[in-house]
Design a protein around this ligand. Structure first.
Ligand code: URP
Ligand code: ZN
Ligand code: ZN
Length: 483
């Protein structure tokens, strides 16, 4: 099975050039100006189009059991929707309930993900702590290709970790050369504000952003960055939504600390007015954490991307339909938190990023694919158009348009936070493992074709961070030894 993508302009994170791309056996075999198609090869005409690495969404939650229900999008429908939008790989989350062994949870998620039609990988959340958790982190890192562990500083009484457990886990990440990822919101403050608001009779979705103001996020971002600094471990903060957390990341990076920041397409484009909409269902459909923010934060997020202080874009794709959101009809704290977007991220970012003149095409590739591949250690297998890389490719038609709508999207959710948005620049073809799986509006996916992609740990980077830290901090010497 081979494929020649002919006549396009290749756009990578650092170059733009005219080239054909030949794929066989799931890999890119040749990139060159005029390649001949071997007999029997399928061809895709990419004339007038861009040929880019397929998108990587580093933050999704397919069929996640959460807040008393289960996310409506499953691994098959979710990866298919991603492919329709040019995303060829997701990194999802194994989230063990407290006291559930990590490896049991990992096997459970792996079972669900078997039906995926595009490649995937897993971050594993640390929701509790014991010697067994410590040991199983090692097994996951060494034997299962897990190089990132997630920590929720919010969702008190459910999956939130205490600072004590968070730092024990960070220390373990440091030892293993695995990256610590974090949902940064102060869960105690959220809990306190939620109770106060409900006491005052504020029970509708408008209470959601009031219970999670930017200070709540900024405090947690600053705290976790300092914890990571003391432990000497790199840290990746997911879904930064506001000035406060971007400033915390920027400050730390200026000091030379290895801190990475992710931003969601939704936070870049949807503002908090949605929570004041008189239609309860509309407002509830936008309940996600951190919440959508006042418009002025969006500009800060774009600047974070442009300056490189934020490196990745994601969706936090976590779908709940109207009947599920209705669980919180009388109490906003019970509305399942989450919104969709895996299908729309690339087109939305192209339109409002490249199309609006905010970012270049190469920066688009960086923030939608390459940076995630590099941070999570799967580059250049993913995130690149180069010989030997996986043939996960999107052929991008910059002139084509689409109006985003829940009526036409492939996502298994009855709502779309980008409803009615006109995008210019959409995939004409998506190629996964060298096969055309989406062409001109038609999906041709195969259930179970997706593979779990192992992500090796990076001990050398971590060793460097540790040495840097030791050089900076005065060495602790017992008093007698110092005399
Ligand atoms: O509201 C959200 N973001 N739901 C999914 C879980 C999380 O916090 O990432
Ligand atoms: Zn989160
Ligand atoms: Zn999430």
């Amino acid at each position: 099975m081979s494929l020649l993508i002919r006549g396009g302009t290749v756009v990578t994170a650092d170059q733009t050039f005219r080239a054909d791309v030949y794929c066989a056996d799931g890999k890119i075999k040749a990139v060159g100006e005029t390649l001949d198609a071997p007999a029997g090869a399928q061809t895709v005409d990419a004339g007038g189009q861009y040929v880019m690495p397929g998108g990587i969404d580093p933050h999704t939650h397919m069929e996640l059991p959460f807040m008393g229900t289960v996310a409506s999008e499953d691994f098959l429908s979710g990866t298919a929707a991603g492919l329709a939008g040019g995303t060829t790989m997701i990194i999802d989350f194994v989230i063990p309930a407290p006291n559930v062994p990590l490896l049991d949870a990992y096997e459970q998620w792996m079972g669900w993900a078997k039906k995926a039609c595009a490649d995937y990988s897993f971050h594993v959340a640390i929701t509790w702590w014991s010697d067994k958790v410590r040991e199983e982190m090692g097994v996951l890192a060494r034997d299962k290709g897990v190089n990132s562990f997630k920590h929720f500083m919010a969702y008190k009484g459910a999956i939130m970790v205490t600072d004590e457990h968070l730092l024990a886990s960070f220390q373990r990440c440091q030892e293993l050369g695995a990256i610590a990822t974090v949902h940064a919101e102060n869960g105690e403050l959220v809990y306190y504000l939620q109770r106060e608001l409900v006491k005052k009779g504020i029970t509708g979705p408008e209470g959601h952003p009031l219970s999670r103001p930017p200070e709540v996020e900024g405090e947690a971002a600053n705290r976790v960055i300092r914890i990571a600094q003391v432990i000497g471990t790199p840290v990746y903060i997911v879904h930064n939504s506001c000035r406060e957390s971007v400033e915390a990341i920027t400050r730390a990076r200026l000091e030379g600390q290895r801190v990475y920041g992710e931003v969601l397409a939704g936070h870049l484009l949807v503002d908090d007015s949605v929570y004041r909409n008189p239609d309860w269902n509309f407002a509830a459909a936008h309940v996600m954490s951190p919440p959508f923010r006042p418009k002025e934060h969006q500009e800060v997020l774009w600047r974070g991307l442009v300056s490189g202080n934020l490196q990745t874009t994601a969706t936090d794709h976590c779908c709940f339909c109207a009947d599920q959101k209705a669980m919180g009809r009388n109490d906003f704290t019970r509305i399942p938190n989450g919104t969709g977007g895996v299908e729309d991220r690339m087109a939305v970012l192209w339109t409002h990023g490249v199309g609006a003149g905010r970012i270049t095409m190469n920066e688009f590739v960086r923030i939608t694919s390459t940076n995630a591949a590099q941070i999570f250690n799967i580059y250049p297998r993913k995130g690149s158009i180069s010989v030997g890389a996986d043939a996960d490719i999107v052929v991008w038609d910059p002139a084509a348009t689409r109006t985003i709508s829940a009526r036409t999207h492939h996502q298994k959710i009855d709502f779309n936070i980008f409803e009615g948005m006109n995008v210019k620049g959409v995939p004409s073809h998506t190629i996964s493992q060298g096969k055309v799986v989406y062409a001109n509006g038609k999906l041709m996916v195969e259930q179970g074709a997706g593979r779990c992609i192992p992500r090796p740990t990076f001990p050398t980077v971590f060793e460097a961070v540790k040495k840097q830290n030791e050089a900076r901090a005065p060495r602790a010497v017992p008093r007698e030894a110092a005399e």
